[in-house]
Design a protein around this ligand. Structure first.
Ligand code: ZN
Ligand code: ZN
Length: 250
């Protein structure tokens, strides 16, 4: 069974109970992170995962809130009984350049067995396939090159899609098509380049025919009840606000 946990659910301005968004995937084949926010060792321990189980981290884009924990993750792995297989770091070419520059600020790269893998900027790119898990990426429309992520349970056939940061776009609708769960950013109060409103997230959920919509990547001060109302005007299925430590089974 695959478990996906929201280690954070908020946007950059996080709150007392919500950290910047990133996801943990736990599977029999190891653990993978989607983006990397603060305190990875603490978050992994709280989620019941061990550092040495971490096989890779997929960075959706290079905005601070999505990558700032990467040096801490690598440092923590170096201090633990880390698998000799090393750490795979996936990202678009631009994202990997920023990640490398960030890691170069610390004396980590030479000591850490990192396997940097470029994501092709094409729809439905298969980044990882194991006996249990598939991870696909599709470019989305943000202010930086960014990909949405589709996580598929091979045995269950269940799918969780994560928008990353994006305005409404065809790529995202394709990525989320038929997903059981869509984690969709809702950072914008009104239509804004590079981000989505709760209503736009609802419209994407409806167009993609998803089973359930979870709004994420919003500031804790936002009016959650209004966000849900706005999304529900567009999407007839269940809509919730994302919370840190929410889990989804695939
Ligand atoms: Zn963001
Ligand atoms: Zn962003």
């Amino acid at each position: 069974m695959i478990r996906v946990t929201l280690l954070g659910s908020a946007a950059t301005l996080s709150g007392p109970d919500s950290d910047s968004i990133y996801l943990l995937i736990q599977s029999e084949d190891g653990c993978y992170l989607i983006d990397c926010g603060g305190s990875p060792p603490h978050k992994l321990a709280r989620a019941g995962a061990e550092l040495r189980q971490v096989r890779g981290v997929l960075l959706t884009h290079d905005h601070t809130d999505h990558i700032y924990g990467l040096p801490m993750l690598v440092q923590s792995l170096l201090l633990s009984n880390w698998s000799e297989a090393g750490l795979i770091v996936w990202g678009l070419r631009e994202t990997l350049a920023t990640a490398k520059a960030l890691l170069d600020l610390f004396p980590l790269v030479d000591r850490a067995p990192l396997d940097l893998r470029s994501l092709a900027p094409q729809p439905d790119y298969l980044a990882l396939e194991t006996a249990e898990l598939r991870i696909r990426t599709t470019p989305v429309d943000h202010t930086r090159p960014s990909v949405g992520v589709r996580i598929e349970g091979v045995r269950s056939g269940r799918v969780l899609a994560y928008s990353s940061d994006t305005e409404p776009c065809d790529g995202l609708r394709q990525l989320a098509a038929g997903a059981d769960v869509l984690l969709h950013e809702a950072a914008a109060i009104r239509p804004t380049a590079g981000h989505s409103t709760p209503g736009q997230a609802g419209a994407t959920a409806a167009a993609a025919g998803v089973g359930r919509l979870v709004l994420v990547h919003f500031e804790p001060a936002e009016d959650g009840a209004s966000m849900l109302t706005e999304a529900a005007k567009e999407f007839g299925g269940p809509v919730e606000l994302g919370r840190d430590w929410m889990t989804f089974e695939l």
